[in-house]
Write a new protein. Structure first.
Length: 302
């Protein structure tokens, strides 16, 4: 892999927050779902994901910035060794010294020492595979109520992912063993899926509570009544108290976001008094008469 900082388009040694910001931008632009059949975009997406996976590992980033490892994670001294000796044949200046032992009477010294080639492989260090990061955009109601989604990975594989009820923007789901394969029999890494929740046109969320605004007529505000109000579970009938005003807030208990340990938050409905779209002569006369007999102040200092 080439320089991960160049891949993400950030300055060398950039802070992780800048790395993450650049990754999110590129991931949105290059995601395979947006470029079906585009091999170049898919390869670029894989390169960006690999660069982010590398730099988001604090230890790897620190060692890479210090020049201790290269972009593949290999210690630079180790790469120098193989570069120096890879081209030479047995007995030459640039040969791998281990070749010397393989040439002694046709014997493989290291093979015998470690119990054959299979034994040498088994004796290799076990290394866990790297984690793979992925982002998924989900609807507001899917995050609140929970859902199951099919997610397309950069390698073309599709996974069925369960989104827990009550999920929030920025939550990360971990799928064990779905990351990069391990080395030497080591376990595979994990798949880390970051959720990005789309805003809802009517609902907002604060913690476990849901908020919405409901328009009411002048008559409903003054005289009270019942109105249908949308919640995350569907419509409910809400009683408007007499004398309600714009900004009055009513609570619908237990219609908020499910909690991880059970229970739910509440839904708060803020009223907004709306006058008729067209001026009404009867209403105008009524208010003129009422205002002349019942003056009151709503602005301080006047």
């Amino acid at each position: 892999m080439r320089d991960p900082y160049d891949v993400l388009g950030v300055a060398k040694g950039a802070e992780i927050k800048d790395v993450k910001k650049a990754y999110r931008k590129l991931a949105r632009e290059l995601h395979p779902d947006l470029h079906p059949g585009d091999r170049k975009a898919e390869d670029r997406f894989k390169e960006v994901a690999a660069a982010y996976d590398f730099l988001s590992d604090a230890d790897k980033k620190k060692r890479y910035d210090a020049g201790e490892i290269d972009a593949s994670g290999t210690p630079r001294a180790e790469r120098t060794f193989y570069r120096d000796y890879a081209e030479g044949g047995p007995g030459t200046r640039y040969s791998d010294p281990r070749e010397f032992y393989r040439d002694l009477d046709g014997m493989d010294f290291f093979s015998d020492l470690f119990g054959g080639r299979a034994g040498a492989r088994q004796g290799a260090p076990r290394m866990a595979g790297g984690d793979v990061r992925h982002t998924v955009d989900i609807d507001f109601l899917d995050a609140v109520n929970g859902a199951s989604r099919s997610v397309a990975m950069s390698d073309g594989k599709r996974l069925r992912v369960t989104i827990p009820a009550g999920s929030e923007d920025g939550d990360v789901l971990r799928l064990k063993g779905q990351g990069q394969p391990g080395f030497g029999g080591g376990p595979s890494g994990d798949l880390l899926i970051e959720l990005r929740v789309r805003p809802h046109p009517a609902f907002t969320r604060k913690g476990r509570d849901i908020y919405s605004e409901v328009p009411v007529t002048l008559g409903e505000a003054v005289l009270g009544g019942k109105v249908e109000v949308a919640t995350i579970d569907g419509s409910v009938s809400l009683t408007i108290p007499k004398g309600s005003n714009t900004g009055s807030r009513l609570r619908v208990r237990g219609k908020g976001v499910p909690g991880p340990g059970g229970g739910r938050g509440d839904h708060y409905v803020e009223l907004k008094v709306v006058l008729p779209a067209q001026p009404d002569p009867d209403l105008t006369r009524l208010v003129e008469d009422w205002a002349s007999k019942h003056p009151y102040t709503v602005r301080s200092g006047t």
